[in-house]
Structures are given as structure tokens and as C-alpha cells.
Design a binder for this molecule. Structure first.
Ligand SMILES: *Cc1c(COP(=O)(O)O)cnc(C)c1O
Length: 401
């Protein structure tokens, strides 16, 4: 099976920086806690027993490797479109890749519990799943507004045995949930581990999560070469925090002939502040929730309101490795609007019989646009990060069929 390895371009320096982005926690109560996680992470990377256990669960529990599928009907527009089917993983998305790694690490560190925030509930469900599998307690902090909105995922977490902590401060959404989860973690870090949901946050999270997600790209590169005898011309993924995109891009960072494209949500339009979440395109450099990155900000530097039709993409910041890759011009960042995303959601459902997550539909939307610009002998590989069952009621409330 393909081997995970992080390209040096997305490995941090000793202070946790990728160029000027990233960094270590400066909260005095968390320095020791995150140092312990970092040391634990360094030890498992070289631990053949740990890796063997992770590989066993990836194959027999998650269902890896996920296939690459040639979408022939979609491809009638021009270039050939292929899908890396992360939607076929157990729990229906790529998030199980890093949740499995994080919970295995928590167990190795002797922790009883994993603690995390969740917005739409996707990270919470994946973490609750891995915790159930490995016999750890799971505590998920979630804003009261999100709890009301994302009822099916709340039910799934409860059934899986997770404890939900409702957060009613402020707007009652993701940002307050993060603060609440961190507070709970500070009070009990010796017994628990904070398990973050993307390649964001202070060191070691961006490096650790991208390491666990790099299985996507290492599998995809090997599969593509085996199935089609070449590398794709372009690899495309949606970018929220950036974990599924980095997981795919990592394997191709030294292949200059392979264009890497991250697709951000343009929401209702890039000209409407507060109604998009195009962080890489319009964000400014600064510090948000313990790390440096480009983020959408108000005049005074506070994080701006953001919007995307895909709740997994509406975060004002983005992972530090992506910011660094943008500075190095190694990855291009493009956008897709809510409207294009909905159209792509329906197109993939009706032309190929695959209902994609609204998050993933942003990558599909860009690929459809791009395929029409390229000749039929070019190959575009799209990371289909998740399935869209969670989104069907919402989509039907937006469009009449
Ligand atoms: C959470 C989520 C995303 C966004 O997260 P990244 O860290 O940017 O990958 C994308 N797709 C799906 C299906 C998700 O659940």
C-alpha cells in the first residue's frame, strides 16, 4: 500500500512555521499539552507497529484504498474528469482519515477521552466513530444554532456514544464552539486530547492532520499511474480549512507538470463582503485562533463574517500550509459560487449517479468549467471529499425539482 510522507514544502520548521504562516501556541496553559501531542506524533511516525495498526484499520474499517473513477459522461465537455472517491469511505467523507489517526494517537498517549469542536457536525461524527471503534470517550462542543440546524449529525453523534456540549455564547456557532472546547481541554488535558478537524490551528495540528490525510494523494498517484499510465494534468479539491486538498496535493508537489488547484467558496459573490468565504483570494495576513494565515478580516483585524452554501467551507481562516503554497506559487486558488456549486451537485447526481457533498461540489464545479477549456486528451482528477446525503433536504429547499 502507498506510504504516507509529507513533502518538505508542507513540513514546519522547529517553531511550527511554514514560511511566515502557522506557529506554535502562545497560550501558557496549552504549551505543555500541545508539546506532549507533538512528541507523541513524532514517535508514531517512525513506529512500525502503530503504522501497521493504522493501515489495518484503513483497509478493513474505512474501506481504503478508495477507488478512482473515470466520469465518462461528465468528460463529454472536453478534458477527461476522474473522481477520487473519498465519499465511499466509512462515514462518507475524508474526515475519518485524520480522526482515526488522532484517536489512535490519543490512545497511545494513554488518554481516556478526545475533545473537539464541530460546526456542521461532520468532524464530530467522524471523531465519535473513531472513538467508538477504539474505546475512548468523545466530547463534542457545538453551538446551539448549529445543533438546531444539523439535527441528523447530532443524532448520529449521540447514537455513537459521544457527549454533546451545547455552546450558547455569542453567535452560538463554530467559533464559540472552538473556544469552549479549548477551555474544556485546558482544564483536563492530562486525561484527554484535543482532536482538531482540519489542517488549521497551532503546531502540531496542521502537520499532523496533513500527514494523516496524505494517504489520499499517495494512493491517487499510484492508482492513476497504474490505471491510465500517466499522471493527471490537473488535480482539484475544495478548500475549507484545507485538509482534503492538502491530502491530495502533497503527493504531487514536486510534479511541476501537474497543476494543483484549490477551490474556495465565492458564496453569493466575491463583491459581497460577509457573503463568501474566499480566504485565499481576498484574505489578509494575520493571526487567528493561535496561528498565522491569510484570513478574511474587518478593518480592525477581527475575523469577518463568512458564508458558503457548504457549511464545511465557511471558515474565515485557512490552513498555514496552503498560505505558504500560495506564496510559493505551487498551488492555484480558484473559486466557485453557491449557484455553480448547486448546478454541479445536480449535474454529478444526474449524469453519473453520484450525489456529492456541497463542499465537494465546489471542486466539481471548477472541474466542469475547466474541462470545457481543455482538449479531450487532458486529465483532471477531482477529490470527491464526501457524499451528499447530508445535503439533500437543504438542496431541495433551494431548488424546485
Ligand atoms: C469538512 C469537509 C470539507 C472541508 O474541510 P477541509 O479541511 O478543507 O477538507 C470538505 N468536504 C467535506 C465532505 C467535508 O466534510
Amino acid at each position: 500500500m502507498a506510504k504516507e510522507q509529507l513533502n518538505p514544502l508542507v513540513q514546519p520548521d522547529t517553531e511550527g512555521f511554514f514560511g511566515k504562516h502557522g506557529g506554535k501556541i502562545d497560550h501558557p496553559d496549552l504549551v505543555a499539552a500541545l508539546a506532549e501531542i507533538e512528541a507523541g506524533f513524532r514517535s508514531i511516525v517512525g513506529d512500525s507497529e502503530f503504522i501497521a495498526e493504522m493501515k489495518r484499520l484503513q483497509a478493513t474499517y474505512v474501506g481504503r484504498p478508495s477507488p478512482i473513477y473515470h466520469a465518462r459522461t461528465l468528460s463529454k465537455r472536453g478534458a477527461q474528469i476522474y473522481l477520487k472517491r473519498e465519499d465511499l469511505n466509512h462515514t462518507g467523507a475524508h474526515k475519518i482519515n485524520h480522526c482515526l489517526g488522532e484517536v489512535l494517537l490519543a490512545k497511545k498517549l494513554g488518554k481516556k477521552k478526545v475533545v473537539a469542536e464541530t460546526g456542521a457536525g461532520q468532524h464530530g461524527v467522524a471523531l465519535a466513530t473513531a472513538a467508538a471503534l477504539l474505546g475512548l470517550e468523545c466530547e463534542i462542543h457545538m453551538g446551539v444554532v448549529d445543533i438546531a440546524k444539523e439535527h441528523p449529525n447530532v443524532s448520529r453523534m449521540k447514537i455513537l456514544g459521544a457527549k454533546i456540549v451545547p455552546v450558547s455564547e455569542g453567535a452560538g456557532t463554530l467559533k464559540e464552539a472552538v473556544d469552549s472546547a479549548f477551555r474544556a481541554y485546558i482544564g483536563n488535558w492530562e486525561q484527554s486530547m484535543f482532536a482538531i478537524g482540519s489542517v488549521v490551528g497551532p503546531a502540531p495540528y496542521p502537520e499532523m492532520v496533513s500527514y494523516f490525510q496524505s494517504i489520499i494523494g499517495s494512493e491517487a498517484k499510484e492508482q492513476f499511474q497504474q490505471q491510465y499510465g500517466c499522471l493527471p494534468d490537473e488535480v482539484v479539491a475544495c478548500v475549507g480549512g484545507g485538509s482534503n486538498a492538502l491530502g491530495l496535493f502533497n503527493a504531487f508537489l514536486d510534479d511541476d507538470g501537474v497543476r494543483k488547484v484549490g477551490v474556495e467558496p465565492a458564496g453569493e459573490g466575491l463583491d459581497k463582503p460577509g457573503r463568501h468565504a474566499a480566504t485565499m483570494t481576498l484574505g489578509k495576513f494575520g493571526k487567528i485562533q493561535g496561528f498565522n494565515c491569510y484570513y478574511l478580516q474587518e478593518e480592525d483585524g477581527t475575523p469577518a463574517a463568512v458564508h458558503s452554501i457548504a457549511s464545511g467551507l465557511d471558515y474565515p481562516g485557512v490552513g498555514p500550509q496552503h498560505c505558504h503554497l500560495k506564496d510559493l506559487q505551487k498551488v492555484d486558488y480558484e473559486t466557485a459560487t453557491d449557484e455553480e456549486c448547486l448546478a454541479a451537485f445536480l449535474t454529478l447526481s444526474r449524469e453519473e449517479g453520484i450525489i456529492p457533498a456541497l463542499e465537494s461540489s465546489h471542486a466539481v464545479a471548477y472541474a466542469l468549467r475547466r474541462a470545457a477549456e481543455l482538449p479531450a486528451d487532458k486529465h483532471i482528477l477531482v477529490n470527491l471529499s464526501g457524499r451528499g446525503d447530508k445535503d439533500v433536504d437543504y438542496v431541495l429547499s433551494k431548488i424546485e425539482l
